[in-house]
Design a protein. Structure first.
Length: 133
């Protein structure tokens, strides 16, 4: 089972090292001490990630309507690049950067500009998964 250093686990969760350590002190996370360094077990990290994501979903400021997409990322627009026909929109959703190409007309109608709160709904039949070397 992989183990992650506190710094790496915190980055994956989108929280600070100190937050993760406070969670451990409060009993929310369990650390495995190996080689004198604090680390978190991979399964424990998964549990924390799922719990954190579920809490963020519950706090989402924009309720979902009736739709088939289940992957909703609430975030803030960080960049909008428009040309005559299309717009490239970037959102920062917690630790995730989501980029979408939409029509310029849609971007204009939605009033998408940096700083605007938005939701990226993702529905895809193809998701590429890779493992770093």
């Amino acid at each position: 089972m992989p183990r992650y250093r506190v710094k790496d686990a915190a980055a994956l969760l989108g929280v600070s090292d100190d937050t993760l350590r406070r969670w451990a002190d409060a009993g929310r996370a369990t650390f495995v001490d190996e080689g004198g360094r604090q680390a978190i077990d991979g399964l424990e990290l998964v549990r924390l990630a799922e719990t954190t994501a579920a809490a963020a979903t519950q706090l989402a400021p924009i309720p979902a309507g009736r739709e088939s997409a289940r992957n909703r990322f609430v975030g803030v627009v960080t960049k909008v690049v428009r040309d005559a026909v299309m717009a490239q929109v970037e959102l920062q959703c917690g630790p995730h950067r989501v980029t979408s190409l939409i029509s310029r007309e849609s971007a204009d109608e939605l009033g998408l500009e940096p700083g605007v709160l938005a939701v990226a709904s993702v529905k895809s039949t193809n998701v590429v998964i890779e493992v770093p070397e």
